[in-house]
Design a protein around this ligand. Structure first.
Ligand code: NI
Length: 270
């Protein structure tokens, strides 16, 4: 599969979950901007057949390699950043939930979901926009998982798909800073994730980030429909690292707060 086709398929899936992102992108393009994708992020459980090691095989096949490793102890996640080895292509951020750090009941629920998955699922790149690889969970399961991990509840309800796309702020012509872009997004009426401040990171950390709050979309559960936070749009400005090239990595303390863009309480408050 060509890398461009991979990202086109991801974008199509993503904007169905985050119509706001399509709107913001259109507003930027109307101002004459060419929107470049900085990175796409995915979530998974650390259980076969969809654990990080299984999924990343598809990234390697597309020409990506592992860049840096990240650990989020609070949220019980590990992750890798991936960069393309041969062409200018968006970075990829893939995280997995360390299920062994949760309660027995939680592990049982997640284990049951993963036991339903077709083992061949990770044999094609389409795994990254597969959606639900298990039958829809009931609302009680969603709430039980959410009590321990918003990340897990999101994944159980929405399955495998992009969690967010990210605008590469460096490539915008009409915005000198991330702050200017965030002010524009707000002036257009879109709510930002303010957890840890609306602008996360600093030039010293080589990466500044902000994001919208996740859209809220009706999702079909086993026992009825419910509107839940889905996906969001992120904005990233990168600074030059030692050696002159743009910093290619991520900043764990900022990413930790960015994860909260899909929290149910934050989304409600907006
Ligand atoms: Ni991100």
């Amino acid at each position: 599969m060509r890398t461009n086709d991979f990202f086109d398929s991801l974008w199509t899936d993503f904007v169905a979950m985050a119509p706001t992102a399509a709107d913001i992108r259109r507003r930027l393009e109307e101002r004459g901007e060419r929107v470049v994708n900085d990175h796409v992020a995915f979530r998974t459980f650390d259980l076969a057949p969809i654990n990080l090691n299984a999924l990343e095989q598809q990234l390697f096949a597309l020409g990506y390699r592992r860049d840096a490793a990240y650990m989020f102890l609070d949220k019980k996640l590990r992750a890798y950043g991936y960069v393309h080895t041969r062409q200018a292509a968006p970075r990829i951020f893939l995280s997995e939930l360390i299920t062994g750090m949760f309660s027995r009941r939680f592990q049982e629920l997640v284990g049951n979901l993963c036991a339903e998955i077709d083992p061949a699922i990770a044999s094609t790149p389409a795994v990254f926009w597969h959606g639900l690889p298990w039958s829809p969970v009931d609302i009680e399961t969603y709430e039980t998982l959410a009590a321990e991990s918003e990340y897990a509840a999101w994944l159980a309800a929405l399955g495998l798909r992009p969690n967010h796309f990210t605008v590469h702020v460096n490539a915008l012509e009409g915005f000198a800073s991330l702050e200017e872009l965030l002010a524009f997004v707000e002036s257009e009426g879109y709510a930002l994730n303010t957890s840890g401040g609306r602008l996360k990171g600093s030039p010293e950390s080589l990466l500044e980030q902000g994001s919208t709050l996740a859209d809220r979309v009706p999702v079909q559960f086993a026992d009825g429909e419910r509107v839940i936070p889905t996906c969001y749009y992120e904005f990233a400005k990168r600074y030059r690292a030692e050696g002159g090239g743009l910093y290619e990595g991520f900043v764990a303390t900022s990413a930790d707060r960015i994860f909260e863009s899909t929290d149910r309480e934050l989304a409600k408050a907006s």
